[in-house]
Design a protein. Structure first.
Length: 520
């Protein structure tokens, strides 16, 4: 480990302990969300789609129920940026009329062909672009801007028969692991004084609250998986290059960007992941074979409860470590999966590998750029002082990202190539070890959802999510229940194009441990 990275980690770890009483005092007041009363909201998207197809339900019923739930919980969550409720209800009525006419004419099967999501609503992370809705993505200078067209993944979900309800909050340009900007902060549905994570925190909060059956989100450094873990829902980072990322804000011209960024699903029930993935993948769905059955007894399970015991990293909380070991025993004893004790030791250098690769990209958004004079950068020190004395133009989290971008965590330029090469060697080791029938159970973060603002001292938690983006591996977060009222989750990792293994193991863990629990 680099000496400076180690020192920064130790300082942050000490601050995390020293400031814990302050965070505790600030987090004492949490409002409880209204309980889910409508039984329709407790059904999976797969079940709701079946109900619409058989005529048990109408699209208007389903869409209206979720809109009402969004309106009920959003005052507690502050997750919605922009909405299209009226348009969604009108579209639902049109879909119901089409279905009624097709049933009368005897061509219902033709109408529903390639539309497994017919009549369902879905919600979208603001960065993934819904035509006509905001796509400023927390960027003050872009306030009021609207997307001219749907992003590629949203187009695919529409083509599958679903209709978007809203765009949800992110941090500035998705550059943060807490969904907060200068003006807005999104809350965790299980304890509103805590964060839902980021950058897909708005989506995770809505899904966990029963306000969305299906979510389109994005992940470039844990942006799906950390919120999914903090909010107790399923979230999948797909093998890169499968689901289209066009229309994403921000977007970079660097060729590595499309390898690091994945657009993917979040949902409350494991059976909905392949349903949404197949639609989002479109013409490339055949590369994943998601409909091919997986025999859990033929799966080889690798596991690690933490990446390193270094003093620079906050230890993984005991409840998460215990949960991973319980999953391992369940898959082995109850499902017949094979266990392996092999560990991937080089994951302990995940920070250096991730920073070296991620910040080698061109066109990374410069949060210090002066909008009035794009050729000039604002002073980082002056911007930090503005937070103390007022007049800030960037969030503290955004300035933290700018600091990392400028300093590269003080990793010497001569060492960055070394870590890039080390990442490729690690990738080859993981890919060859997991093969086509292996998964790695791993934490999604070092802890449970933490208090608002604590993202700075607990930054080492991204050690468990960020490297999978630069390594190009698929991963699913599976919820495992609650500990002291907060969700506990595990990350299931597989080799490239083996997403179906992640989804199958996540579904099995839902059977064994109960999956999503409604906040109450």
């Amino acid at each position: 480990m680099e000496v400076v990275v180690w020192l920064i980690g130790v300082v942050l770890r000490v601050l995390n302990v020293l400031l814990a009483p302050l965070y505790w005092l600030r987090a004492r007041d949490s409002r409880r969300l209204p309980p889910i009363r409508d039984p329709l909201l407790m059904r999976s998207a797969t079940d709701l789609a079946r109900g619409i197809r058989t005529g048990e339900l109408t699209s208007e019923q389903v869409v209206t129920a979720f809109i009402e739930r969004v309106k009920e919980v959003n005052p507690y969550l502050n997750a919605v940026v922009d909405e299209r409720y009226r348009e969604a209800i009108e579209e639902a009525r049109a879909l119901d009329r089409q279905m009624k006419e097709a049933r009368r004419a005897g061509n219902l099967e033709e109408l529903l062909k390639d539309k497994p999501l017919y009549g369902l609503p879905f919600t979208v992370k603001e960065s993934c672009s819904v035509a006509g809705l905001s796509d400023s993505v927390g960027w003050c200078e872009a306030a009021g801007r609207r997307a001219a067209r749907d992003g590629g993944a949203v187009l695919g979900v529409r083509a599958g028969g679903a209709r978007p309800l809203l765009a949800s909050r992110t941090p500035e340009l998705c550059l943060g692991w807490e969904t907060a900007t200068l003006r807005h902060r999104t809350h965790n549905p299980y304890r509103t004084a805590r964060t839902p994570g980021g950058s897909s925190g708005g989506e995770a909060a809505l899904v966990a609250s029963g306000a969305s059956p299906l979510s389109v989100a994005s992940d470039i450094a844990g942006s799906i998986r950390i919120p999914a873990a903090f909010c107790g829902v399923f979230g999948h980072k797909a093998t890169p290059g499968i689901i289209p990322i066009d229309g994403h804000v921000p977007t970079l011209t660097d060729e590595k960007f499309s390898k690091f960024l994945s657009v993917g699903p979040m949902c409350r029930f494991a059976e909905d992941l392949p349903l949404l993935m197949n639609v989002m993948a479109g013409e490339k769905r055949h590369l994943l074979n998601l409909d091919q059955p997986v025999d859990i007894s033929q799966i080889k399970v690798f596991y690690m409860t933490e990446a390193s015991k270094s003093w620079a990293f906050i230890p993984v909380e005991q409840c998460i470590r215990d949960a991973i070991l319980n999953c391992v025993q369940y898959l082995h004893k109850e499902c017949g999966a094979q266990l392996s004790e092999k560990k991937f030791k080089d994951l302990e250098d995940s920070f250096e590998m991730s920073i070296s690769l991620f910040f080698s990209m061109k066109d990374i958004p410069n949060l210090l750029q002066d909008p009035a004079n794009p050729k000039r950068d604002k002073s980082l020190i002056v911007e930090l002082l503005k937070h103390i004395f007022g007049g800030a133009t960037r969030s503290l989290q955004g300035l933290g990202f700018a600091l990392i971008n400028k300093t590269k965590l003080f990793i010497p330029a001569s060492r960055r190539k070394f870590y890039e090469q080390k990442a490729e060697i690690l990738r080859q080791e993981i890919v060859s070890t997991l093969g086509t029938n292996g998964v790695l159970l791993y934490p999604a973060h070092c802890g449970l959802a933490h208090e608002h603002g604590r993202v700075y001292t607990r930054a080492s938690g991204v050690l468990y999510s960020m490297p999978l983006n630069v390594l190009g591996l698929p991963a699913t977060v599976a919820p495992l229940g609650l500990h002291a009222g907060l969700p506990v989750a595990v990350q299931v990792i597989a080799g490239p194009y083996q997403d179906r293994l992640c989804l199958a193991v996540a579904k099995q863990l839902e059977i064994g441990f109960g999956g999503w629990r409604p906040p109450s």
